[in-house]
Design a binder for this molecule. Structure first.
Ligand code: UTP
Length: 224
């Protein structure tokens, strides 16, 4: 299978910890034994800190995004370091280069590509462009809920849902300031237009990703 994994910065690099990168590297090596693997890393707390400072300095939003992209690429470099010889040696800067890099037979790890989106959207486009069989979004929550479970005690988790339902949930969540969306809207639209089988799961324990790739039902499965 071709598998694309989006690892949220809040999972991989909330606070920088080499053990987290090492445990991810072990899981990804395991998955790559039988699958072609692409990984997109988020920016984590460091990206938020840098963007926060840039805003205080009066930077425009596109500049803030470009700074965020640099941080996602730094996290990609750390994961590449942890993967050592099993990873392509540097994060490709765009989708074409990522596809080419995968011809090396190694795990391709990259960060963001363009302002105005997040790495969720990058992973969805990459899945589309590489004809991936599976897109996994490893986040800080264990699936997609009817509403934010941290704020609504009646929120229930979807075991499965259609891309259309995902889009409806995101639009509803995004209208509430500061709300945590399970994935960004652009990513959901891309998942819908290409009907990419997507799993949103808790990435705190990377074993969840291995289990999902090998067919266990974990998190929320999104498919038409
Ligand atoms: P993330 O993908 O980590 O954003 O990119 P996020 O979803 O806010 O973070 P987590 O997953 O919840 O921790 C960090 C920032 O980098 C910029 C955006 O500003 C984003 O908020 N970015 C990233 C882009 O502008 N374009 C990209 O393609 C990727």
């Amino acid at each position: 299978m071709i598998v694309v994994i989006s690892v949220g910065g809040s999972v991989l690099a909330r606070a920088l910890d080499p053990e987290k990168f090492k445990s991810y590297a072990l899981a990804l090596k395991e998955i790559s034994k039988k699958n072609t693997l692409f990984v997109v890393t988020g920016g984590g707390q460091a990206a938020r800190d840098y963007i926060g400072i840039a805003r205080q300095l009066g930077a425009d939003e596109a500049t803030c995004d470009l700074i965020g992209i640099e941080l996602t690429r730094l996290n990609a470099r750390l994961l590449i370091a942890a993967l050592d010889n099993d990873a392509y040696y540097e994060p490709p800067l765009d989708y074409k280069k990522a596809k080419n890099a995968s011809l090396s037979g190694k795990i391709v790890v990259m960060g963001g590509v363009a302002p105005g989106q997040t790495t969720d959207a990058v992973s969805a486009v990459l899945a589309e462009y590489t004809g991936a069989d599976l897109l996994i979004n490893a986040t800080a929550i264990d699936g997609v809920y009817t509403s934010d479970p941290k704020k609504d005690k009646d929120a229930t988790k979807f075991e499965s849902m259609t891309p259309k339902q995902l889009i409806e949930i995101i639009i509803r969540t995004e209208m509430i300031a500061g709300a945590n969306s399970p994935t960004d809207l652009l990513a959901a639209k891309i998942i819908e237009r290409s009907n990419i089988k997507t799993i949103v799961l808790n990435g705190e324990n990377p074993q969840n990703i291995i289990d999902a790739v090998y067919g266990e039902h974990i998190g929320t499965v999104i498919q038409k």
